[in-house]
Every structure is written in C-alpha cells, then in structure tokens.
Ligand binder design. Sequence first.
Ligand SMILES: Cc1cc2nc3c(=O)[nH]c(=O)nc-3n(C[C@H](O)[C@H](O)[C@H](O)COP(=O)(O)O)c2cc1C
Length: 245
Amino acid sequence: MNKVIKKMKEHVSVREFETTPLSSEEKQALLEASQSGSSSNFVQAFSIIEITDSRQREALANITNSAEYVKNTGTFYMFVADLYRQAKILETYQQPLDAIKNMESLLVAVVDTTIAAEDMTVAAESMDLGICYIGGLRNDIKQVANLLDLPPFTVPLFGLSVGIPKTKNQVKPRLPIENQMSENTYDREKLTDLTDYEDITRQYYGSRTSNAQETSWSFKNAEFFGEVRRKEVAIFLKEQGFTLE
Ligand SMILES: Cc1cc2nc3c(=O)[nH]c(=O)nc-3n(C[C@H](O)[C@H](O)[C@H](O)COP(=O)(O)O)c2cc1C
C-alpha cells in the first residue's frame, strides 16, 4: 500500500482542534488541491468561502450541532455549489437560464463541489491536519445563505473545519468491500447482506473509547431514516432558482 492510500485509510473526522490559525502557505496549498479535481464538462461549479470574521463564524456555528469545532479550528471553509457564474455568462451571451435550472445541472454542481471538498480533505490530511465536514449548516440553509449573501443558483452544501487535531477518534470500520462492490450488475443479495457488518459495528460501538453505545450500523440507519429531515431544503433550492425537474 502506498503512502497516499495509507493516509486515506487513517481518515477520521476531527472534532477537537488546536486554535492555531493555518498559515497562508497552508491555505494556498489546500485551495489549489481543491481546484485540481475532475469537473463535469469542466464547469467548475463551486465556490469556497473562508469564514475569517469571528461574529460570522459564531453565527454559523450556532446553526450547527457542532459549534465548538466550527469556532475553534485552524480555519473554516464553506463549500458552495455554484452556477451563478454560469448564469452571468448566459446573461452576457443573451441566452435563457433554463439549462442551469434543472436537476441535472444541480447534480453537476453538487458533485463538483463535493469532489473539491474531498480533494481539500485528502490534501489536509497529507499535511497532518484534521478536518470535519459540517453539514449541520443545513439545519437553517436559508439563514446560511443570508449570512453569506449568496446569489441565485448557489447552494451552501456544507462547511469544512480544518486545523491541527488536538484529539482524534478511532478509525470507524467501513462496510466490508463485498457490501459495496459488485460485478457487472447490482447484486442485491451480496450488497445488502449486513450480517458481518452488524457484528463488526456492534463490537466497534460497544468498545470505542469515547461515547460507547450498545447499537449497530443498521440500527443507527433505521433510527436516522425513521424521520424525514430538512424538508425546507427543497423550498430553498426552488427559491434559489432551481426547478428540481
Ligand atoms: C457531507 C458531510 C456532512 C457532515 N456533517 C457533520 C456535522 O455537521 N457534524 C459532525 O460532527 N460531523 C459531520 N460529518 C462527519 C461524519 O459524521 C463522519 O464523516 C462519519 O461519521 C464517519 O466518520 P469519520 O469521518 O470519522 O470516518 C459530516 C460528513 C459529511 C461527509
């Protein structure tokens, strides 16, 4: 196994950071890495907003359930799925905006943004920094958009805390490869037979050093998807100009 893969397999979300700010060289390296990924049709449909203002950071932190590690970290980036640039181009070329409004274009922007964030993550971890994605900002997506003064055709997808880890959790055991890899067609039985993973995760949750629990991955999923969450996200997307069709 090469060094990059070894490092990737050591990934854990960090939820306690040193408050040491990242240097401008470190930030430049992270941003350049995040720009290096593939992009559907090279539309580069994302923007990154660094939150440097402490009141702005506090306001964003209050929306999440992860306030401590939004406020106290090396830096905090917001990842925004962004087709506003394309809207401006279309206006300049006096073309209708229909093609950026549909679900396919929204998916393209969401995928581009996620690739950029994960490239930043891999770069950060290669520099022995830690990260935590903060999707908790979608607890109030509208307020986040207002705080960031976002234009139409943009979506604040998640934040990324990046900094020097103060503490680190254990690596969480992933699904067995057999549960996520099939050949030629979708093997319904193999991909959903969670017998082994049930044991693995019971053991993991029961014995982990912090927040040990008697539970399993499938139980957690049943619990999580037992409730329809964040219905207002679809309303927000429509307000931003997307048709969802
Ligand atoms: C898009 C996204 C949003 C997330 N949002 C949060 C969050 O708001 N707060 C948090 O503590 N962790 C958040 N996480 C981290 C996940 O909980 C974490 O990745 C998962 O439990 C697996 O743990 P690991 O990253 O340590 O392997 C998020 C992860 C992703 C990919």
